[in-house]
Ligand binder design. Structure first.
Ligand code: ZN
Ligand code: ZN
Length: 213
Protein backbone atom coordinates (compact mmCIF):
# COMPACT_ATOMS: atom_id res chain seq x y z
CA UNK A 1 0.00 0.00 0.00
CA UNK A 2 1.38 3.42 -0.88
CA UNK A 3 0.34 6.23 1.38
CA UNK A 4 -0.57 8.75 -1.28
CA UNK A 5 -2.99 11.54 -0.68
CA UNK A 6 -5.53 10.39 -3.23
CA UNK A 7 -9.02 8.93 -3.24
CA UNK A 8 -7.75 5.41 -3.70
CA UNK A 9 -5.78 5.55 -0.47
CA UNK A 10 -8.61 7.40 1.21
CA UNK A 11 -10.86 4.42 0.48
CA UNK A 12 -8.13 2.19 1.92
CA UNK A 13 -8.03 4.33 5.07
CA UNK A 14 -11.77 3.91 5.52
CA UNK A 15 -11.43 0.18 4.92
CA UNK A 16 -8.64 0.02 7.51
CA UNK A 17 -10.97 1.63 10.04
CA UNK A 18 -13.54 -1.02 9.24
CA UNK A 19 -10.89 -3.74 9.65
CA UNK A 20 -10.08 -2.28 13.06
CA UNK A 21 -13.77 -2.48 13.90
CA UNK A 22 -14.10 1.24 14.53
CA UNK A 23 -17.41 3.02 14.29
CA UNK A 24 -17.82 6.47 12.76
CA UNK A 25 -19.20 8.80 15.38
CA UNK A 26 -20.51 12.36 15.46
CA UNK A 27 -19.52 14.96 18.05
CA UNK A 28 -22.70 14.27 19.99
CA UNK A 29 -21.42 12.17 22.85
CA UNK A 30 -18.24 11.62 24.81
CA UNK A 31 -15.67 9.49 22.98
CA UNK A 32 -16.15 5.80 23.56
CA UNK A 33 -13.93 2.86 22.86
CA UNK A 34 -13.86 2.29 19.08
CA UNK A 35 -15.12 5.73 18.00
CA UNK A 36 -13.68 7.60 15.05
CA UNK A 37 -14.69 11.22 14.82
CA UNK A 38 -14.06 11.90 11.17
CA UNK A 39 -13.73 15.66 10.83
CA UNK A 40 -13.42 17.67 7.64
CA UNK A 41 -12.41 21.31 7.81
CA UNK A 42 -13.51 22.72 4.48
CA UNK A 43 -10.97 25.50 4.02
CA UNK A 44 -10.84 25.87 0.27
CA UNK A 45 -13.26 23.92 -1.87
CA UNK A 46 -16.91 22.93 -1.56
CA UNK A 47 -16.56 20.81 -4.69
CA UNK A 48 -13.83 18.73 -3.05
CA UNK A 49 -15.94 18.38 0.10
CA UNK A 50 -18.90 17.00 -1.83
CA UNK A 51 -16.70 14.64 -3.80
CA UNK A 52 -15.17 13.22 -0.62
CA UNK A 53 -18.62 13.00 0.96
CA UNK A 54 -19.83 10.87 -1.97
CA UNK A 55 -16.88 8.49 -1.50
CA UNK A 56 -17.69 8.16 2.18
CA UNK A 57 -21.37 7.57 1.55
CA UNK A 58 -20.40 4.82 -0.90
CA UNK A 59 -18.38 3.22 1.89
CA UNK A 60 -21.19 3.59 4.44
CA UNK A 61 -19.25 6.16 6.45
CA UNK A 62 -20.46 9.36 8.10
CA UNK A 63 -18.38 12.39 8.92
CA UNK A 64 -18.77 15.94 10.19
CA UNK A 65 -18.13 18.64 7.60
CA UNK A 66 -17.14 22.03 8.99
CA UNK A 67 -18.09 24.78 6.56
CA UNK A 68 -17.06 28.42 6.68
CA UNK A 69 -19.38 31.41 6.41
CA UNK A 70 -16.44 33.82 6.14
CA UNK A 71 -14.25 32.03 3.64
CA UNK A 72 -12.03 33.89 1.22
CA UNK A 73 -12.29 30.91 -1.13
CA UNK A 74 -15.99 30.08 -1.35
CA UNK A 75 -19.43 31.51 -0.71
CA UNK A 76 -21.72 29.27 1.30
CA UNK A 77 -24.67 31.58 0.56
CA UNK A 78 -24.29 31.18 -3.22
CA UNK A 79 -26.36 28.59 -5.14
CA UNK A 80 -23.23 26.40 -5.25
CA UNK A 81 -22.85 26.69 -1.50
CA UNK A 82 -26.50 25.89 -0.82
CA UNK A 83 -26.37 22.87 -3.14
CA UNK A 84 -23.17 21.61 -1.50
CA UNK A 85 -24.63 21.91 1.98
CA UNK A 86 -27.85 20.16 0.93
CA UNK A 87 -25.90 17.35 -0.70
CA UNK A 88 -23.80 16.78 2.44
CA UNK A 89 -27.02 16.51 4.43
CA UNK A 90 -28.61 14.16 1.89
CA UNK A 91 -25.62 11.87 2.19
CA UNK A 92 -26.18 11.67 5.94
CA UNK A 93 -23.21 13.71 7.10
CA UNK A 94 -23.28 16.22 9.94
CA UNK A 95 -22.50 19.86 9.18
CA UNK A 96 -20.78 22.11 11.69
CA UNK A 97 -19.35 25.62 11.54
CA UNK A 98 -15.70 26.19 10.64
CA UNK A 99 -15.47 29.43 12.51
CA UNK A 100 -13.03 32.31 12.47
CA UNK A 101 -12.15 33.48 15.96
CA UNK A 102 -13.90 34.97 17.86
CA UNK A 103 -17.19 34.67 15.93
CA UNK A 104 -19.03 31.37 16.21
CA UNK A 105 -22.52 32.35 15.10
CA UNK A 106 -24.48 29.22 14.48
CA UNK A 107 -27.63 29.45 12.40
CA UNK A 108 -30.12 26.83 11.23
CA UNK A 109 -27.71 25.51 8.60
CA UNK A 110 -25.43 24.05 11.22
CA UNK A 111 -25.46 21.40 13.90
CA UNK A 112 -24.28 22.81 17.25
CA UNK A 113 -20.64 21.93 16.68
CA UNK A 114 -17.71 24.24 15.93
CA UNK A 115 -14.14 23.82 14.72
CA UNK A 116 -11.96 26.93 14.69
CA UNK A 117 -10.06 27.77 11.50
CA UNK A 118 -6.32 28.28 12.15
CA UNK A 119 -6.87 28.43 15.91
CA UNK A 120 -4.60 30.05 18.45
CA UNK A 121 -3.21 27.76 21.12
CA UNK A 122 -4.48 30.04 23.90
CA UNK A 123 -8.14 30.00 22.89
CA UNK A 124 -8.65 26.84 20.86
CA UNK A 125 -9.95 24.60 23.63
CA UNK A 126 -12.24 27.11 25.35
CA UNK A 127 -15.85 25.99 25.67
CA UNK A 128 -18.39 27.63 23.37
CA UNK A 129 -21.85 28.57 24.60
CA UNK A 130 -24.49 26.30 23.12
CA UNK A 131 -22.13 24.27 20.96
CA UNK A 132 -19.49 21.59 21.08
CA UNK A 133 -15.95 22.79 20.40
CA UNK A 134 -14.15 19.85 18.77
CA UNK A 135 -10.92 20.92 20.46
CA UNK A 136 -12.39 20.76 23.96
CA UNK A 137 -10.29 18.47 26.15
CA UNK A 138 -12.91 15.71 26.09
CA UNK A 139 -12.67 15.43 22.28
CA UNK A 140 -9.04 16.36 21.83
CA UNK A 141 -5.87 14.76 23.14
CA UNK A 142 -2.67 14.47 21.11
CA UNK A 143 -2.66 10.66 21.39
CA UNK A 144 -6.19 10.58 19.99
CA UNK A 145 -5.74 13.02 17.13
CA UNK A 146 -4.34 12.80 13.62
CA UNK A 147 -4.37 15.48 10.94
CA UNK A 148 -3.31 15.60 7.29
CA UNK A 149 -2.54 19.34 7.44
CA UNK A 150 -0.45 20.55 4.51
CA UNK A 151 -0.31 17.00 3.19
CA UNK A 152 1.78 15.78 6.07
CA UNK A 153 0.88 13.30 8.81
CA UNK A 154 3.02 14.27 11.77
CA UNK A 155 3.11 10.76 13.15
CA UNK A 156 2.68 8.87 9.93
CA UNK A 157 -0.34 7.85 7.88
CA UNK A 158 -2.86 6.33 10.29
CA UNK A 159 -3.98 3.42 8.10
CA UNK A 160 -1.91 0.85 9.97
CA UNK A 161 -2.88 2.08 13.42
CA UNK A 162 -6.51 1.89 12.33
CA UNK A 163 -6.28 -1.61 10.89
CA UNK A 164 -4.58 -2.81 14.08
CA UNK A 165 -6.89 -0.85 16.32
CA UNK A 166 -3.89 0.70 18.02
CA UNK A 167 -5.84 3.70 19.35
CA UNK A 168 -8.85 3.46 21.60
CA UNK A 169 -10.66 6.28 19.83
CA UNK A 170 -9.57 8.90 17.33
CA UNK A 171 -10.39 12.34 16.02
CA UNK A 172 -9.23 12.21 12.40
CA UNK A 173 -8.97 15.57 10.62
CA UNK A 174 -8.97 15.27 6.85
CA UNK A 175 -8.95 18.23 4.46
CA UNK A 176 -10.93 17.18 1.36
CA UNK A 177 -8.89 19.22 -1.16
CA UNK A 178 -5.75 17.27 -0.36
CA UNK A 179 -7.31 13.96 -1.37
CA UNK A 180 -9.48 15.04 -4.28
CA UNK A 181 -6.84 16.96 -6.26
CA UNK A 182 -3.67 15.20 -7.41
CA UNK A 183 -0.19 16.22 -6.31
CA UNK A 184 2.83 14.85 -4.48
CA UNK A 185 3.25 18.05 -2.49
CA UNK A 186 0.82 20.60 -1.10
CA UNK A 187 1.99 23.05 -3.76
CA UNK A 188 1.26 20.61 -6.59
CA UNK A 189 -2.13 19.77 -5.12
CA UNK A 190 -3.02 23.44 -4.80
CA UNK A 191 -1.98 24.12 -8.39
CA UNK A 192 -4.19 21.23 -9.54
CA UNK A 193 -7.06 22.68 -7.51
CA UNK A 194 -6.53 26.12 -9.04
CA UNK A 195 -6.53 24.65 -12.57
CA UNK A 196 -9.89 22.99 -11.85
CA UNK A 197 -11.21 26.23 -10.35
CA UNK A 198 -10.15 28.14 -13.44
CA UNK A 199 -12.16 25.80 -15.64
CA UNK A 200 -15.18 26.17 -13.36
CA UNK A 201 -14.82 29.96 -13.33
CA UNK A 202 -14.80 30.09 -17.13
CA UNK A 203 -18.11 28.21 -17.20
CA UNK A 204 -19.53 30.53 -14.53
CA UNK A 205 -18.42 33.61 -16.47
CA UNK A 206 -20.19 32.34 -19.60
CA UNK A 207 -23.32 31.61 -17.52
CA UNK A 208 -23.11 35.17 -16.19
CA UNK A 209 -23.26 36.43 -19.80
CA UNK A 210 -19.66 37.54 -19.88
CA UNK A 211 -18.41 37.76 -23.46
CA UNK A 212 -15.43 35.41 -23.67
CA UNK A 213 -15.19 35.41 -27.46
ZN1 ZN B 1 -1.46 5.01 4.56
ZN1 ZN C 1 -9.44 25.63 8.54
Amino acid sequence: MTCRFDLEHYRELLAAARDGDYRFALFEHEPEQGDIFLRHDVDLSLEAAVELAEVEAGAGVIATYFLMTQSVFYNLASPIGVRALNRLRELGHAVGLHAVWPGAELDERFDPVVAWHNPEESTMSQPIDGAVNVMEPRFFAPAHYRSDSNQHWRSGCPHQALAERAVEWLQLLVHPEIWVYPGDSMRETMLAMLAAERDRRLVQLAEDRIDLS
